[in-house]
Each structure stands twice: as C-alpha cells, then as structure tokens.
Write a protein that binds this ligand. Structure first.
Ligand code: UDP
Ligand code: MG
Length: 348
C-alpha cells in the first residue's frame, strides 16, 4: 500500500429511479459504513446522487436522505434530462476538488458493489483509474449482448481505445478527475475519454446482475444514439473510408474509360453510350474523392474544436530548480496529487 485512506465519493446518476433508489441508497450506505469500519476509506466519504431531470419522486427521495444523513448523502439536481453521460460528468466534476477518489455506478446496482473494496486496494497501491470490467454477460439479453459486443469490436476496429466490456463503473483518483475536467467536449462519451487520460490503470472483474427494480432507461433508440456518439466522437475513419472509396471508384473509372473506348472502336456501341459511361464513372469517382478530401478537413476541424488537452502530467520534479510551474503542488498521500495541480494550473 502506498497511499493513505482516501476520501471517497460514490457518484450515482439517477433518472426516474424511484423504484430502485431506496434500496440502492441503503446498500450503498451499508457498503460505505463497512469500508469506513475497515479503515479502507476516510470517515468523510459519501454518496452523491445526481438527479438527471427525473419526472417522478427521485429527487424527493434524494432530498430526504441528504436531510436525514447529510454526512453520507448529497444530491445534485439537473434542470432537465441531459442523459446518463452528462449527469455522471456533472457529479464527477462537482466533487473533483473535495474528494481523493470517486467511483461512478448506476442506481440499479447492476454492477457488483462488492468489488469496490478491490478497487480501493488498487487505488491505494497507486492506480489512478480502476476499471470495473464485466467478466460475463449471462444475465444480458441476447440482443443486448450481441449489440454491445459488436459495438466494442467495431470501436476498436475504428481505432478508438476503449476498454472491452467496461461500462461506466470505475474509480478515478483526483488527478484523473482534474484531467477529465480539461476535456471540454460537448458530445460526451466518457468510456472513450478516460483511456485518453493516461495514468496508471487497473481492472477488477465482476458478473453483471439484473436490474433489481424499475425498467431500463436505455431503450434501443438511446443505445443506438449512444453508439453513434461514440463512433463519431472518436474516429474520423468513416471519412477516410469515403476518400478511399472515391479513389477506388476513380481508378475503376479509368478502366471503364479504356473499356468503353475499346467497345467504341470495335463498333459494339450505340451512339452516346461510351461518353455517358465514361462520365458517369469519372464524375462519380471525382465527387466521392472530393468529398473525402473535404471530409478530411472537416474531421480536422472537428478534432480541433474539441479543444482536448494535448497532454496530462502525472509527475513533475521541479524542486530546487530555477524553472518551476506557477505553484507548488500540494502535498498529498497519493502520487497523482501534485500532477493534478500542475495540470489545473495550465498546460505548462
Ligand atoms: N440514467 C440517467 N439519465 C438517463 C438515462 C439513464 O441518469 O437519461 C441513469 C439511470 O438512472 C441509471 C444509469 O443511468 O442509474 C444506467 O441506466 P440503465 O440502468 O437504465 O441502463 P442499462 O443498464 O439498461 O443500460
Ligand atoms: Mg442498468
């Protein structure tokens, strides 16, 4: 173990979760109490619920708990439904400066909260990010399993670095949270951003359970939108594909021109056929090729417009030297602390 007891926040986005919230809050409280008793986390640790513009009694239930037990429960309410990713980001950013580590998890507790102990062990041993990875999907429907696995494979094929079978159940230390805050993108796909942060990472494995109450807030329509979000936010390969197609078609048009010319001279054509065929292929190929070229620039603009940080610092050794960053990193038990400070001060 290298680090002290972290002040932990469990961040739970909730959208119309009145059926799951009471039991989930109780289970999370029990978990937290156990962790505190075992000296694994600081006694200040807490659960933060983010109400993602629910239209049922979710917020009332959160408020009641925060009022009765303000030491353990806190809440944030979004003014309207902005989707799971935004709600989660809101929760993580609201506590990034006041905690040492945050664990994000769903309100339906499909993710096994018993692996949290192992996540904390890994964090205390120096891992800044610990991914919760599903070791089996036996409880998922065939449809969900097939689409989800196809999606992970496709994302990998497109060159996005995402962790296979990891959803948003993960622990992030303060340095990682602060680094995440530097990503200003509006189209949010956290699973793609977190691996970009770098830092030392670890994984814990668990079997995903069934939702114990209520219904999924991710119908196929939302899932598809989310998948498209992931693909278009992290890859410009679809644009490259158009350019390649254009190039192929243009090359084919040259062959078609030769073929049409040969047919023309052999007298096998009706009048006008050769010129129509040639221009059809040639123009089609040129249009696709030009689209690809324009797309390449649009892709560049898209990536630039995200204003992603170009790097995140993990450690600095400025002590005793002339050149130093604008401030002195605060002393912290965890190795990521100093780095986060530099990172927040500016990108050096
Ligand atoms: N959620 C949210 N906003 C939404 C949809 C979902 O905050 O617009 C929350 C939801 O309350 C839950 C988590 O995101 O805590 C995951 O949703 P769900 O369990 O319905 O998704 P599934 O597990 O079926 O993919
Ligand atoms: Mg769920």
């Amino acid at each position: 173990m290298t680090g002290g007891k972290p002040l932990l926040a469990m961040v739970v986005p909730c959208y119309n979760e009145e059926e799951t919230l009471p039991a989930a809050a109780q289970q999370l409280l029990d978990k937290l109490t156990g962790l505190i008793a075992a000296d694994a986390v600081s006694p200040e640790s807490m659960v933060l619920f983010v109400d993602d513009g629910s239209t049922d009694a979710t917020w009332d239930l959160i408020e009641k708990r925060a009022r009765e037990n303000p030491r353990r429960f806190a809440g944030v309410k979004l003014s309207k439904n902005r989707g799971h990713q935004n709600a989660l980001l809101c929760g993580l950013l609201s506590i990034k400066d006041s905690v040492d580590a945050a664990i994000s998890l769903d309100a339906d507790l499909q993710d096994d909260i018993d692996v949290i102990d192992e996540m904390i062990n890994q964090y205390r041993a120096g891992r800044e990010i610990v991914y919760g990875v599903r070791s089996d999907r036996t409880k998922d429907s065939f449809f969900k399993k097939a689409t989800a696995q196809g999606f992970y494979r496709f994302m990998r094929f497109l060159g996005a670095d995402i962790v296979y079978n990891h959803a948003d159940f993960r622990l992030m230390g303060k340095a990682a949270l602060r680094a995440l805050a530097e990503y200003g993108e509006v189209n949010l796909f956290l699973r793609g951003i977190v691996p970009l942060l770098g830092y030392k990472t670890g994984s814990v494995y668990y079997g995903r359970k069934e939702r114990f109450a209520g219904t999924s807030k991710y119908p196929p329509r939302k899932m598809l939108k989310f998948a498209l979000e992931g693909i278009t936010s992290f890859s410009v390969r679809p644009i490259r594909f158009i350019a390649a197609l254009g190039l192929g078609m243009f090359a084919a048009s040259l062959a078609m021109t030769a073929y049409a010319a040969a047919q023309y001279f052999r007298g096998n054509t009706v009048s006008g056929w050769s010129s129509v065929i040639c221009s059809l292929w040639c123009v089609g190929g040129l249009i696709l090729l030009s689209l690809g070229v324009v797309g390449e620039y649009v892709g560049k603009i898209y990536l630039e417009a995200k204003h992603r940080p170009r790097f995140n610092i993990e450690k600095t050794l400025f002590e005793g030297g002339g050149a130093r960053p604008a401030g002195k990193p605060p002393a912290g038990p965890h190795q990521g602390g100093g780095a986060a400070f530099v990172n927040q001060e500016g990108q050096l």
